[in-house]
Design a protein around this ligand. Sequence first.
Ligand code: CU
Length: 193
Amino acid sequence: MQRFAAPSSGLCLLCLSLWAGPSLAAPKPHAVAKMALLDGSKAGQVDFAQTNHGVLVTFDLRGLSPGAHAVHVHTSANCDAKSKFTAAGPHFSPEPKLHGFLSKGGPHPGDLPNQFAAADGTLHASTLTSLFALGNGKKSIFDRDGAAIVVHARGDDYTSQPAGNSGDRVACGVIVRTVGPKPRKGPKRNTHA
Ligand SMILES: [Cu+2]
């Protein structure tokens, strides 16, 4: 038994360092948006998880009309229903870009692919984007006045300016970071769209 003592204690040290490694890394940022319709009723939520390959956006919505809906991150954390959600501002785009995945000079980093509600008005789906991020880096949506996610009445044609001919804003949620660094102080950056 004696001769196994040295190797096994060496192995234990290795185990310990492997175990301690991941716990020292900062947790990846996470955010959530509680969604509301224009009449103030709850419309579910949108979840944002930073991954090594972009932000995983998961929709768990209700109260929508069946079919295609444009979804975008807009520049301001303001979902005032009296403004018909126009208080959320234009699409998130720190640099001056055109709207739409099919536009030359596009897309806005806040553009997301269309999502499709079921016949009962629910919408359960996920999409991954690397156009924006949840930390405090260059691609962050969290400038001084935050950001909101907006669902439109119709699908996005990915070409028309400034919002893909997607119609009225029908649902909105302020994006709140639940895990991640403290918000950066500084100017609003995303005002070009
Ligand atoms: Cu929009």
